[in-house]
Design a binder for this molecule. Structure first.
Ligand code: CAA
Ligand code: FAD
Length: 379
């Protein structure tokens, strides 16, 4: 067993760290305040190869491993989780889903521009009445011979207005329940497909979250992913890797807040000495560092298992459950260490605290991760 990163992994991490400091940090407070999507930064991340990191180079990807991807997610999330969620969705939900389960024609047409970052994608599973209970899909895809007719509403879709390609889950054979669900590739601009207003959120405010409406949308048969009825398995298998990405995002949010709190605690003086010299603050920092290291090990292990071709459902859920709790706990403490300054936007920690919360909700709430973990340990 060894814990060192390869030279290549260290270089990728440094590139992400530099990009986050130089390109994401300037303007991050304003983007959060005005809910502005980081469009220019997403374009640059595409040019750096961050949007299709694990995709085979023959489809314009970076051919990198999952560990490298988590390193990039961690570094970007230290500064701007609204930008890193674009990276997460594009890499581990959209590109992965298409590369693993798409046809050659689908990869040529849709994966290539997504992996190069020329376009971005969205993953559309959740509905107004089907979030955790994802098998209860109300969106229907009626088989009309050479096309499917899509009707329904998707909720909370990340990259909702900025994506070009949408992977949409819908029910084709209600009598078969989850075995009747399909996944489809839907292009923006298809007649009958409309995008609702942007959600006004607590955190990741730069990320564009929208509901999507499908009203008699014709989807060509060749845009179905996998065999008839494969859609729910497609969503579950894809989310397994997605959860590692969100775990890495949570880790990054925690690490970013910790780094700010550590620096502040050494600098800020109270009662004649730096607050870090008061044991109450020093012990908070000790707890934060320990929690972050434990989260990091879970995240890297889940990524490593995926890279080894080993099953990683359990490890991905454990990493997400634990890292998202650490993100919440550490960011709250980081605000506390900053005192009143932590409560204002200029010091960044209040935004990290608000951003941390979503990591306990999306790609399966903490309760759902516990469901997955408990079923695994009890089986
Ligand atoms: N891999 C393969 N198949 C799986 C699977 C997995 N990891 N998990 C479940 N399945 C299969 C089961 O084997 C079963 O199929 P069979 O009957 O053929 O065996 C089928 O799926 C249904 O599974 P369950 O009986 O376990 O269904 P359930 O309703 O009891 O539980 C669930 C399913 C785990 C709760 C699931 O619905 C779930 O994960 N819910 C959370 C949804 C979620 O994570 N949404 C995220 C949306 S994307 C997002 O959020 C993106 C973003 O923010 C950026
Ligand atoms: P519910 O499922 O209604 O859950 C409500 C509460 O009940 C939660 O605490 C939950 O844990 C608990 N609960 C539910 N069932 C159980 C159970 N069996 N046991 C114990 N507790 C339970 N979805 C997408 O498809 N694509 C996206 O790109 C996307 N992006 C998102 C971005 C944002 C900012 C947000 C807020 C959400 C996003 N989602 C996306 C949706 C997200 O995945 C869901 O919100 C999430 O899965 C929870 O579903 P819900 O909101 O319907 O809550």
């Amino acid at each position: 067993m060894h814990f060192e990163l390869s030279e290549e992994q260290q270089m990728i991490r440094q590139a992400a760290r530099d990009f986050a400091q130089n390109e994401l940090k300037p303007g991050v407070i304003e983007r959060d305040e005005h809910q502005k999507f980081p469009a220019a930064q997403v374009k640059s991340m595409g040019e750096l190869g961050f949007l299709g990191m694990m995709v085979d180079p023959k489809y314009n990807g970076g051919g990198m491993d999952t560990v490298s991807y988590t390193l990039v997610m961690e570094e970007l999330s230290k500064i701007d989780a609204s930008a890193s969620v674009v990276v997460s969705v594009n890499n581990s939900l959209v590109c992965y889903g298409l590369e693993k389960y798409g046809t050659e024609a689908q990869k040529e047409k849709y994966l290539k521009p997504l992996a190069s970052g020329e376009q971005i994608g969205a993953f559309c599973l959740s509905e107004p009445e089907a979030g955790s209970d994802a098998t209860s899909q109300h969106t229907t895809a009626e088989d009309k011979g050479d096309y499917y007719l899509l009707n329904g509403t998707k909720n909370w879709i990340t990259n909702g207005s900025t994506a070009s390609t949408y992977l949409v889950i819908a029910q084709t054979h209600p009598e078969l329940k989850h075995k009747g669900i399909n996944a489809f590739i839907v292009e923006k601009g298809t007649p009958g497909f409309t995008i609702g207003p942007k959600e006004n959120k607590l955190g990741i405010r730069g990320s564009d979250t929208h509901s999507l409406m499908f009203n008699d949308v014709k989807v060509p048969k060749e845009n179905r992913i996998g065999e008839d009825g494969f859609g729910f398995k497609f969503a579950m298998k894809t989310l397994e890797g997605g959860r590692i990405g969100i775990a890495a995002q949570a880790l990054g949010i925690a690490a970013g807040a910790y780094e700010l709190a550590l620096a502040y605690a050494k600098e800020r003086k109270a009662f004649g000495k730096p607050i870090a010299d008061h044991q109450a603050i020093a012990f908070k920092l000790a707890d934060m560092a320990t929690q972050i290291e434990a989260a990091r090990l879970l995240v890297y292990k889940a990524a490593w298992m995926k890279d080894q071709g080993l099953p990683y459902t359990l490890e991905g859920s454990m990493a997400k459950l634990f890292a998202s709790k650490v993100a919440m706990d550490v960011t709250v403490e980081a605000v506390q260490i900053h005192g009143g300054y932590g409560f204002v936007k200029e010091y960044h920690v209040e935004r990290l605290m608000r951003d941390a919360k979503i990591t306990q909700i999306y790609e399966g709430t903490s309760e759902i991760q516990k469901l997955v973990i408990s079923r695994s340990v009890l089986s």
